[in-house]
Design a protein around this ligand. Structure first.
Ligand SMILES: Cc1cc2nc3c(=O)[nH]c(=O)nc-3n(C[C@H](O)[C@H](O)[C@H](O)COP(=O)(O)OP(=O)(O)OC[C@H]3O[C@@H](n4cnc5c(N)ncnc54)[C@H](O)[C@@H]3O)c2cc1C
Length: 199
């Protein structure tokens, strides 16, 4: 007996749906799901757990897709950093050093920050940034006679870099409001005034 046209239509739709699911799953590199997840235990439909019929039974489709996107985020945050991420982390470090720098630094402390900036301009792991920063330092020698002086100098050189990247100027009178000493319980990290900070 010839097949009911509606049945034929349903079968075709199912085939198309399976095909789309497979292609999508391959596109986003989803792992193959063990056959136990597969209702009809049909290996060539490795991704049938994505189908709506499985959604209410084994529920893997949406939850696994969510887990997958979480995994992707995790992998991304564990992977190599971008130039922007590195920049933000380095400026955070520098401005925090600036906030913790002593009001009355010793000669050694002044020498250390100058060396720190010089080493940064040689070792910064982005060549174009390091080369540019060498020029910035030549035109703006480190000023580190006090905490206020050093944090304002940092703000100024950060603005020089900002301008070169067509970023807006940061108002340096707001630098103390933006950056502060490291937030540590019971001020355990507040090393200013102790000899721990500078070894
Ligand atoms: C030494 C150095 C040299 C760099 N050179 C280059 C380069 O040549 N080319 C390149 O593409 N990238 C460079 N970068 C990276 C670049 O400066 C930025 O860090 C990156 O583009 C991300 O920018 P952002 O807009 O997220 O904020 P960032 O500039 O990273 O700033 C982080 C935060 O600091 C605050 N802030 C901004 N400006 C100031 C300021 N003047 N004083 C105090 N706080 C401020 C803001 O709250 C901002 O959100 C360099 C980074 C460093 C540390």
């Amino acid at each position: 007996m010839s097949e009911n046209p509606l049945q034929l239509l349903f079968k075709t739709c199912e085939k198309v749906s399976n095909c789309v699911q497979t292609q999508l799953a391959q596109l986003i590199c989803l792992p193959k799901v063990p056959s136990s997840h597969n209702n009809n235990n049909n290996d060539h439909h490795s991704f049938s757990w994505l189908s709506s019929s499985n959604y209410s039974k084994n529920l893997p489709a949406t939850s696994m897709l969510l887990q997958y996107s979480e995994l992707t985020k995790q992998e991304k945050s564990d992977g190599p950093v971008t130039k922007e991420e590195l920049g933000r982390a380095t400026w955070t470090f520098l401005h925090t050093v600036g906030a913790q720098y002593p009001d009355k630094p010793t000669r050694q402390q002044r020498k250390d920050v100058k060396e720190l900036m010089a080493i940064l301009s040689r070792m910064y792991p982005c060549n174009e940034c390091a080369d540019h920063f060498k020029e910035v330092l030549r035109a703006n020698p480190v000023q580190a006679g006090s905490q206020a002086e050093f944090s304002q100098w940092l703000c100024h050189v950060h603005n020089v870099v900002n301008r070169s990247l067509s970023k807006p100027n940061f108002p340096c009178d707001r630098v103390d409001a933006r950056w502060g000493k490291l937030d540590c319980e019971q001020r355990a990290c507040d090393l200013q005034g102790t000899d721990k900070f500078w070894f």
